[in-house]
Design a protein. Structure first.
Length: 294
């Protein structure tokens, strides 16, 4: 029996494909400067490169700090997302705590290590100022059918975060790496497994594999979030990441969230984009000229 059957949910690939065709056909009509700006405020502005340095990470944060003067009509991104060793750099450089410090942790992007190592990295990230932690589902267990072990790692990460955070609320996002999952049923089961074990958000991808965020994966995940909310009363957030690189890509995911979950999910507490190149595209779409602020 699949995990999703506990929620009365089985992904209907044909129905989802039909809905996505309708969404794709509507994007030009949905897109507007107001939606582009709203999407801008949902971004986890990200740098996860092997050549990141304290200076380059600080420079990214300074560009975010400069936005209110350069583009006063735009909101700040929701966070800056970096490797754990740069948490303190972002925390020190940000002009306001409204800009969260997000860290990938737990042996990102593969999650292939000892649980003790993963938890220590998560703990250090939180102690160094992370407001949000993005971990990767343990696919070594999940794909082997050991859901108890995969879910147990998420639960352990949740407990580690809460202990290290003390009185602070630190958000946990769980990356499903949907491009490596064998179909929509597996995406649904992974979604429910993450939510059951303490995820505040479920996230599509690391951006480090061949197939990252897709509208199909997003639609399934949002349907799972809806079913989970209907059964538990808990609102879980959604984050597409990897390959969200055009303004219309952002509008596509905005429309999926809006149509499946409703307008109450269209805020940074429940909806994020994991992006490295989207910011300039959204700025350019609104300004109607090429902008290279980032």
């Amino acid at each position: 029996m699949s995990i999703s059957s506990n929620y009365g949910y089985t992904p209907d690939s044909e129905a989802i494909a039909h809905k996505l065709e309708q969404i794709a056909a509507s994007l030009e009509g949905v897109a507007s400067p107001e939606i582009y700006k709203a999407c801008f405020g949902l971004m986890d502005q990200t740098t996860l490169s092997g050549d990141d340095t304290p200076a380059s990470v600080r420079a990214m944060v300074e560009k975010v700090n400069a936005l209110p003067q350069a583009f006063p009509e735009f909101p700040l991104p929701a966070s800056c997302c970096v490797y754990p060793n740069f948490a303190s750099v972002v925390a020190a450089a940000r002009a306001t705590k409204d800009l969260h410090v997000t860290c990938v942790a737990g042996c990102f992007p593969s999650s292939q290590s000892f649980l003790e190592v993963k938890l220590r990295e998560i703990e250090l990230a939180v102690r160094n100022g992370a407001d949000e932690i993005d971990i990767v589902l343990a696919l070594n267990s999940f794909l082997a059918g050991d859901y108890a072990a995969a879910g147990g790692e998420i639960k352990a990460a949740r407990e580690c975060i809460d202990k290290a955070a003390g009185d602070r609320k630190v958000i946990l996002k769980v990356i499903l790496e949907t491009g490596l999952l064998p179909g929509v049923q597996a995406i649904a089961d992974a979604s429910f497994l993450a939510m059951e074990n303490g995820a505040d958000f479920i996230k599509t991808s690391t951006g480090k594999v061949k197939v990252n965020a897709t509208p199909t994966a997003a639609y399934v995940m949002c349907e799972c979030i809806k079913k989970f909310y209907e059964k538990t009363g808990k609102k879980i957030g959604f984050k597409p990441a990897g390959g969200v690189s055009s303004a219309l890509d952002a509008v596509c995911y905005w429309t999926i969230v809006s149509s499946v979950l409703g307008k109450e999910w269209l805020n940074k507490d429940l909806f994020r984009f994991g992006v490295s190149s989207l910011a300039n595209k959204l700025l350019s779409a609104v300004e109607q000229k090429t902008v290279t602020h980032f």
